[in-house]
Design a protein around this ligand. Structure first.
Ligand SMILES: [Zn+2]
Length: 250
């Protein structure tokens, strides 16, 4: 069930049977010459929608699709939020959902650069209630952050498909997931060098000087539609199990 394709009456009925919601969260940032700018938002969205397709009691909310990507701003098309802006926006999303009676929010993340800020946003949401005292009128909210590639069995599938040079940015695995969902968007251009360099970075200028085409450690020319579909299937199955446990209070 998709929130954007529901009516308020549908959501009111859903809240009679569940108080949980699944929110994909990602980023809008360059993914090298062959990866789509929306990759980190698309991957969790594609996996969440696949999980929900076979399950009536998974409500998928809108994708929080711009995250912390300041280091990618040296490449056209990348958009970032400051960490403080992202925390404030997440707080407003949470407060809106809590007002309707949602008690549990599962954030399926697609961008490593979001992890610290998502954790900080959770701490802000929890602090709001803690600081309002033991008799707080703010209802409790329970949240989980899960990176899609850390769902059970997913990393094993990625390693089997791309045993070498999956990399850490613009990975063959994430590019494959987007190609499976949008096969018409595949890009097949020569990559030079074929395997991108590894290393750390600070700001946007530093990043672009170290990683001129945007990739880190990856050879995304390995990405195929068939492999991407295998990753989606494994991730959707694991997500259904993990979300079900979370929604049941686990
Ligand atoms: Zn990515």
């Amino acid at each position: 069930m998709m929130l954007s394709l529901s009516t308020w009456c549908d959501v009111e009925a859903y809240l009679e049977r569940s108080r949980s919601i699944l929110l994909p969260i990602g980023s809008m940032e360059q993914h090298g010459p062959t990866g789509l700018i929306g990759t980190d938002a698309l991957c969790p969205q594609i996996i969440a929608e696949a999980a929900a397709a076979e399950e009536d009691d998974i409500l998928v909310g809108p994708t929080f699709n711009v995250g912390c990507a300041q280091h990618h701003l040296g490449f056209p098309g990348s958009i970032t939020l400051r960490p403080s802006t992202m925390i404030a926006a997440m707080q407003d999303w949470c407060a809106s959902l809590r007002r309707h009676g949602f008690e549990r929010i599962y954030w399926l993340n697609g961008h490593g650069g979001n992890v610290a800020t998502i954790s900080a946003a959770f701490a802000e949401v929890y602090a709001e209630r803690s600081l309002s005292g033991p008799d707080s009128e703010i209802p409790p909210l329970t949240m989980r952050q899960r990176n899609w590639w850390e769902l059970s069995g997913v990393m094993a599938t990625c390693q089997r498909l791309h045993p070498t040079n999956d990399g850490s940015h613009a990975t063959a695995s994430e590019v494959a997931v987007t190609y499976a969902a949008y096969p018409e968007q595949q890009r097949r251009v020569p990559l030079e060098p074929r395997v991108a360099p590894n290393g750390s970075f600070t700001d946007a200028e530093d990043y672009r000087s170290r990683f001129p085409d945007g990739r880190i450690g990856s050879d995304p020319s390995q990405a195929t539609v068939e492999g991407g579909q295998e990753i989606i299937d494994a991730a959707a199955k694991a997500l259904r199990d993990d979300y079900r446990r979370f929604a049941a209070g686990g």
